[in-house]
Every structure is written in C-alpha cells, then in structure tokens.
Design a protein around this ligand. Sequence first.
Ligand SMILES: Cc1ncc(COP(=O)(O)O)c(C=O)c1O
Length: 410
Amino acid sequence: MLPEYKDGVLSWGGVNLEKIAQEYGTPLFAFSADVFSRRIKLVSESAKYPHLLCFSMKSNNNYHLLNEVRLAGAGVDVVSYGEFFIAQRCGIDPKKIVFSGVGKSDYEITQVNNSGILLLNIESESEYRFVKKLFSEVGLNFGISFRVKFELSLDRLHPYLGVGKKDSKFGISEEVAFELYEDAVKSNLPVEGLHFHIGSQIKDLEIFYEVSKSALNFVEKLEKEVGVKLRYVDVGGGLGLDYENLTEPPIDRYTDAFKVLADAGYKIIFELGRFISAPAGVLITKVLRKKKREGLKNFLVVDAGMTELLRIPLYKAYHKVIPVRDGVAKEKFDIVGPICENSDYILQDVFLADVEEGEFLCVLYAGAYTSTMLMNYNGRPFPAEVVIKDGKTTLARERGKWEDLIPRPN
Ligand SMILES: Cc1ncc(COP(=O)(O)O)c(C=O)c1O
C-alpha cells in the first residue's frame, strides 16, 4: 500500500516517483486511486451491518478520487456549498450526501434543498429555525438530523481536533437537541437522523464505544418519549492513524463500536476522511539548498512547506519523510520549507541519507488535510496533483500559474 523502493528508487502502484517528479515538477501531490478505493472497501467489508460510507471531502476533494467514491457506490460528507458543488460535478448521488457544519448560510441550505440531499446535520437552534421556515415555505428535500454533543470525557483528545467537547462551537447539547427533536416531530418535519462527530485523529477507540452507547440511550429515549424512530445514526469520522509507524488501526474494532446501534435497527453513516485518504497520498518535494554548519543544525531546504502541509504548523502534526532514492541514513537534518516562518518545517532532527541538492524527498501519509488546505502565502502558486491508477499517472490538477497570483477585477 505504501511506496516501496524498486531498484533503489521509490515506486508506487507501478509508477516511478522520481520520474513523475521530473515530469510534472515539484512540489507534487501524488494520490493513489488504487490505495484510496481499497481503503473504502476496507470500511465497507468491515462493517457487516447496513451502512453508508460518506467520505469526508474536507480531507481530500480531488476529482479523480471522488470518482472512486462514486464507483464504490459510496457518498460524501460536505461542509459547504463549494464541496457540494464539486461532489455534484463528480456525479455523486445527492441522496448519498450529508451536510454538516456549524456555519451553513441560508443560501447554502437553500441550494442543497433545491437539489435534495440525504441529511442535513443541524448544528444550532438558529439553523433549525431557518430549516423550519424553509419547510413551511417550500418543503424539505432532505431528512433532518441534529449534531449532538454527548457528555463524554474527551480531555484525551487533541485540543484542536477534539471538536466534540462540551464547550466547543460544534453541535448542540443533548438537552437542547432533545427539545428540538420534540418540536421537529410535532411540526411534522422529516426527522430522520442523529449525528455526532467527536473529533479527528482519534487513536483511543474506546471513545467510539462510549459515544455509541450514549447515542443509543438518546435514540431509545427519543423513541420512547417522543415516539420517533430515526432511520440513520451518522457517527461522524475521526478514526486516527499512526503517522510515525504507519501501522494500520484495527478497523474491525472501530466498526464494531457502532454495532449496538446497527443491531437496534439504525443504518450507520460513516463520515471517515483521514483513514481513507491520508495513506492514499504522498507529497514529493525537491531539495533546494543544503545548509550545513559546524556545531549547529543541518538543514535541507526543500520546495514544499506549510503552504502544502499546513497541518504541521496548525497541529504540530508529524509526517514521515523518506528519500526518493534509497540510501544509508548518515546525518541528522531538519527538513524545512522555503517560507518565511520559523514554523515552516516538515520534519526536525531526522537521520537521512546524504541527499544532494536537486534530489527528491517523499512525504508519506500526505493524502488528508493537505491539498484541501493550500494557500498562496509568500507568492506560491498551488502545486500540481497527479493520480495513479492501474500503473498509469494522470495529471489531476495543473500547477498554479504566476498569473493566478494576481487578482483579476473583471
Ligand atoms: C463533521 C465531520 N465529519 C467528518 C470528519 C472527518 O474526520 P476524519 O478525517 O478524522 O475521519 C470531520 C473532520 O474533522 C468533521 O468535522
């Protein structure tokens, strides 16, 4: 599944990564459609109960990868009209689209209502009031669901990635959500689901079992006291990965966490992003300059940085880096980007083969929350993206041009 050395050069899915770096230039995102679709399959085969996988587009919205989502019969989780627009262009079935997000605008809700989607995951009372108004004026082309923040002890989650915490901006408290369900049922709104998403990059799978139990109590109480039996429980995403050792998380233990809900008759919606897309991408970057200083750190200054890997300064995230040409690890380097920020590093204190200027490095697990977080800071055009499938490489996004950096008023 990961790139491997073949005759001393990294190869992925039958494609020589040095050759594509030379052909398309760097920095270059390479996504493997083969790995991506295999990971979708891993989820579907592991969850042996009625479910729908709605791949989280915020982790990667590459058109060719979304095509794999469509071919697998899966759907997507979107958080904006922009993501919905891309999904529609890719031919994703709108009835397999769920829409979450704490700040959906009236315009965005109206737009998805015009097309129709599976579920709108409501995140505030104000949003609910707008949806109710829309229902009375034109009717609804989606089922409604509330994103509930269950009372869990989530202190073990990352401060930025643990979004299900009680005082986070996301979702609605259990108490308020219950009242909104009551009102929605009384008002004959199409109440179809329950949604939660406790955070991202979660490696302690016990939390999923805990939230699953809380969700079951909640839906049972709804059935008993409000008389509504929901169809879907949308369990969000969040399954974490080991970016250092690159070992696979126990997917069966993860899907098993929601079996109690499935056994109670609810169709499970997964909004996994990272688990599917991170290992399906690498970022290839070229060494621009070597800075060696006696008694001080050695630097490899490369042509990718925080503009392509914002998640490093944002979350202090770790990415493993290996040379595209195999070699014996000799010296310790800091791999840093060319951007004028101290936080613009890729990896610090890493033992690497003595790579020469002009040679390439490969950043692993770079398929999630990377190409969807690009920016032009320091006047840097967006990198190119290629997709590898069945041993062939397709240019999926052209490298940004210098002209793209200049706003055009007309
Ligand atoms: C509502 C929602 N669903 C799904 C995801 C995907 O999470 P992950 O990529 O960790 O699976 C996120 C990301 O944090 C999210 O905010």
